[in-house]
Design a protein around this ligand. Structure first.
Ligand code: 2RA
Length: 340
């Protein structure tokens, strides 16, 4: 017998990719249900060659659902995840509300699959933030090799991470620049078209933003609490694909060749690193792919054991929907054992 899977937030950017990826990877589900807000009830969404009609979250009875994959925002998750979990479904949540809860595992399957065992405490599993997931896929093999002590990251985050309305804002502002219309701003505090904005999430008291803070705390929870990480999150006028410029300090010596070999062997990574024009991967090339791409691997000579690299991945896939589906696959194989 296969599984009954609910996708909550099915009309959003990430929900759309969750349905695509469940279909592409032939997740062993006997039934997939699309769930959205009451506003989107009855709306059609694609699931492979089928069309699913969205059901309203408030009216849906989760009895008999095995896995609920949710990307509906923090406040919806805070209210609904415990209710759905109490009905017996395991919730895999893409919002930030459960990530720091000690009774909720925060999982990147390539990095800390063993931590999944803790899901039974609340029947909830958290998916990390987009920028953390791709970073940690790249850091894990390097940490195993030479023990990471400190990381400095600057992100180049695409607007799809903010949602569909932000993608429209980039499109409309770009068009407005060309036709000399006034620039309208509804989502971002500054113009995003032909610009970059050093601000992701909300400002905190210490001057960091929540997007930067998430990367620090999530790295500690998933990879190693001893790692020190400082981030600057920057929004760039790119529709899909987050880039990250990463500087890493290690406890032990490591060469760029050793790092390249370890990254080539590691799951989920494709190394594209030719020291020539175009010998690296950019966001537009990673769209629709599962991999985390690593390029520009080089020694950072300004610290004792340092490396610098460039990491890029599809933020809606490895940064969200793919990671959630990989968690569902792991959950099924290791704990639910209903695989067809
Ligand atoms: C972003 N936090 O701002 C989102 C993605 N999860 O890109």
């Amino acid at each position: 017998m296969g599984l009954k899977v609910a996708v909550i937030g099915a009309t959003g950017n990430v929900g759309h990719e969750m349905l695509n990826i469940l279909d592409e990877r032939q997740f062993p589900a006997t039934e997939v249900v699309a769930i959205a807000s009451r506003r989107s009830q009855g709306k059609d969404v694609s699931f492979g060659d089928k069309t699913l009609k969205c059901q309203a979250l408030e009216n849906y009875d989760f009895t008999g659902t095995d896995i609920a994959i949710m990307s509906a925002g923090g406040s919806v998750s805070k209210e609904w995840s415990p209710k759905i979990a109490a009905k017996g479904a395991v919730v895999i949540d893409n919002s930030s509300v459960w990530r720091t809860d000690p009774d909720v595992p925060l999982i990147v399957p390539e990095v800390n699959a063993d931590a999944l065992a803790g899901y039974t405490k609340k029947n909830i599993i958290a998916n990390p933030n987009c920028s953390t997931a791709q970073l940690l896929v790249a850091l894990k093999p390097l940490h195993d090799l030479a023990q990471i002590e400190r990381v400095i990251v600057s992100t180049y985050q695409s607007v799809s991470g903010t949602g569909k309305d932000a993608m429209d804002e980039l499109f409309n502002q770009t068009r407005a620049v060309y036709v000399n219309d006034p620039i309208e701003r509804n989502i971002y505090p500054k113009q995003i078209a032909f610009n970059v904005i050093p601000h992701g999430g909300d400002f905190m008291e210490d001057g960091y933003t929540t997007e930067e803070w998430k990367m620090t705390v999530e790295t500690k929870k998933i990879l190693d609490p001893k790692i020190k990480l400082t981030a600057t999150s920057v929004r760039v006028p790119v529709f899909v694909g987050h880039g990250e410029a990463v500087n890493i300090e290690f406890a032990k010596p490591i060469t760029d060749d050793e790092a390249r070999d370890a990254l080539r062997e590691a799951p989920g990574i494709l190394v594209v690193d030719k020291r020539e024009d175009g010998g690296y991967v950019t966001p537009v090339e990673c769209v629709g792919d599962y991999a985390t791409f690593v390029s520009r691997i080089r020694v950072d000579p300004t610290v004792e054991n340092g490396l610098a690299l460039w990491v890029v991945s599809d933020n809606l896939r490895k940064g969200a929907a793919l990671n959630a589906v990989q968690i569902a696959e792991l959950l099924n194989t290791k704990y639910l054992s209903k695989a067809a």
